[in-house]
Design a protein around this ligand. Structure first.
Ligand SMILES: [Zn+2]
Length: 287
């Protein structure tokens, strides 16, 4: 082939030697997006990612919700339908944040047990903006009361400032088996966790209303002082050990015998209802 015939072979009528080489500037310009199209594309990709994540989360939440609905605990069953949906969401979100650790040989923590523990925490906090007791990421379950090498005594539960909630399953269950006697280990320990969570510096710090908390603290102090002279009273004597115990014991009666609590200590009851933003005596679960 001579030079003439080569130049003829490379004339514009023939396809380019290579696609990359043959790409012309205006072809590239056509492939670029306008600013509006680019923004729409970013929004679309972001929306699809969010949708995907939402779908995955819903799949993870589903077994918790199913279990909660099958249990129909007294508190959950008393909620109107739209609050039941909110309760379910909170229980599931609580469970996604916690690690359950079984203690004791061949003791297994089932899904049903996890859901019951989560429901106790959500019951206590349901009136407030969502709070998941984030400092307490680990929940230790013993089958029965356990021996503490520190106190040299058997315990049925405790809340450890290092981030543990510890429960004897036998006592936890007994607390809900009779839910009108003012004894409820689950609510008691969750109340300790809530009380501490409010003062621990983290993402859930100071969620309790300062004014309501101050009022509650004043009334609780007065009642504890009164009980020094008159040991007999509506709340069991354990309440008078300190402010933490007073809050935890009060929370048990607040939910299990709200009418009696309200008639024995109307001011205390109202203060606790304001603090927790719910009023079980009037069947109002979110004030
Ligand atoms: Zn206690």
């Amino acid at each position: 082939m001579n030079i003439h015939s080569l130049s003829s072979a490379l004339s514009p009528l023939h396809p380019p030697l290579c696609v990359l080489f043959g790409a012309r500037p205006h072809t590239m310009a056509q492939a670029e997006l306008t600013p509006v199209e680019a923004v729409l594309m970013v929004v679309l990709v972001y929306a699809l990612m969010q949708l995907g994540q939402y779908g995955i989360k819903q799949l993870r939440l589903r077994p918790f919700v199913k279990e909660l609905r099958s249990q129909q605990s007294a508190y959950y069953a008393s909620l109107p339908q739209h609050l039941q949906r909110r309760f379910e969401k909170r229980v599931a979100n609580f469970l996604l944040r916690k690690t359950f650790i079984p203690r004791g040989a061949s003791f297994e923590v089932t899904l049903a047990m996890k859901v019951q523990v989560a429901a106790a925490a959500v019951q206590l906090t349901f009136g407030l903006e969502p709070v998941y007791l984030s400092h307490f990421s680990k929940i230790l379950l013993y089958p029965d009361r356990y021996y503490s090498t520190i106190s040299k005594r058997y315990h049925c539960g405790e809340v450890n400032a290092r981030g543990y909630i510890v429960l004897s399953w036998k006592d936890f269950e007994a607390g809900y088996r009779n839910n009108t006697d003012g004894f409820n280990l689950g609510l008691h320990e969750m109340a300790h966790a809530l009380h501490l969570e409010n003062i621990i510096q983290n993402n859930e710090h100071s969620f309790l209303d300062q004014e309501h908390l101050a009022k509650w603290n004043n009334l609780a102090t007065q009642e504890m002082q009164l009980r020094q002279q008159q040991p007999e009273g509506f709340l069991r004597l354990q309440a008078c050990h300190n402010a933490h115990e007073f809050f935890a014991v009060s929370a048990e009666s607040f939910f299990e015998r709200p009418h009696d609590f309200s008639s024995h200590h109307p001011d205390l009851y109202r203060a606790l209802a304001a603090l927790l933003q719910q009023d079980p005596a009037r069947e109002v679960y979110q004030l």
